[in-house]
Design a protein around this ligand. Structure first.
Ligand code: DHB
Ligand code: FE
Length: 308
């Protein structure tokens, strides 16, 4: 049976990808931010997930205003990135896992989440930057600043299933709906018969607004409320409307939706293994949270010093 071994929520700001490509991890602007990922790297090294289900929001690379699915899921053997104009190196392709994707799709649709299924799906910075952050050394290896990396053989330690949530064109799905999507993803993973260790990644946030009169808006108080509630009382956040979220956390702060979906997939009570908050990175209050279920899905291996 497949098991969710943990959940990670992280910001996906494009400039992080640039900093990785330029090796700026110890630069004074970046050091504290990147140091916040070290405990997550140790956990990933110990826990060795086989597959990452990455819940992210496409920003107009794969879907545009003419066709905008509320929820979409990849069912491809690999996922390519291409130039979005942020000045990032184009990532090497990410391996997919079609058999697992189709299981998730069948389960989600039977569970009344009518996903758009994508046998081709370009993944944008909201997918590639978290992958580069969480599995460092892998994404840069084949990425070339000229964007010609697709011909090269990809080398990545983990298979992926991308799930995209519309945050581009109103109406957006509600926080409550995204939390329920996460719960359905949790049920879908648990019913897969293969022996898989799954990590759920939710990307985006925290507070930020990139345009309009409130450009540069950050709300530390609200972010801290979210960091607390996402762990101990996610239902509290599901009572917000999209308009509430935009007011409190900025137009792009709605990316909290992906954190809620991740949290729904973990379900029940959780332990925070690690949490780090850093303002600002670019225009955004950045954060990373790593959590595990208290109630059960985790596989404890006696050989793992971190957890015995
Ligand atoms: C920034 C943040 C984002 O979430 C994004 O998608 C693009 C840019 C930023 O702060 O620069
Ligand atoms: Fe974003």
């Amino acid at each position: 049976m497949a098991r969710i071994i943990g959940g990670i929520a992280t910001s996906h700001i494009p400039s992080i990808g640039k900093a990785i490509a330029r090796g700026l991890q110890n630069d004074p602007y970046w050091k504290d931010f990147f140091d916040g990922f070290k405990p997550v790297h140790r956990w990933l090294d110990e826990m060795r997930p086989d597959v990452a289900v990455v819940i992210y929001n496409d920003h107009g690379l794969n879907f545009f205003l003419d066709k905008m699915p509320t929820f979409a899921i990849g069912a491809a053997a690999e996922y390519r990135n291409t130039d979005e104009g942020w000045g990032l190196p184009v990532s090497a392709p990410f391996p997919g896992y079609p058999e697992f994707s189709w299981h998730l799709i069948e389960s989600l649709i039977a569970d009344e989440f009518d996903m758009t299924t994508c046998q081709e799906m370009l993944v944008d910075h909201a997918f590639t930057v978290p992958m580069a952050l969480l599995w460092p050394g892998m994404s840069g290896a084949n990425a070339s600043p000229t964007g010609r990396s697709h011909q090269e053989k990809p080398y990545r330690p983990i298979k992926t299933v991308p799930i995209s949530v519309n945050t581009v064109q109103l109406p957006l799905p509600t926080p409550a709906r995204c939390f329920k999507l996460g719960q359905a993803i949790g049920r879908a993973v648990a019913s897969f018969e293969g022996d898989l260790r799954v990590v759920i990644v939710g990307t985006g946030g925290l507070s930020h607004q990139l345009d309009g009169t409130r450009a540069g808006f950050i709300n530390k108080k609200f972010d801290q409320l979210c960091l607390d509630k996402i762990l101990h009382d996610p239902e509290f956040l599901t009572r917000y409307s999209i308009a509430d979220l935009i007011r409190e956390s900025g137009a792009q702060g709605v990316e909290l939706l992906m954190w809620l979906a991740m949290r729904g997939a973990i379900g029940g009570e959780v332990s925070a293994i690690h949490s780090s908050y850093h303002i600002p990175i670019s225009n955004t209050a950045s954060a990373v949270v790593l959590l595990e279920s208290k109630t059960g899905q985790r596989v404890v291996e006696k050989s793992l010093p971190l957890f015995v």
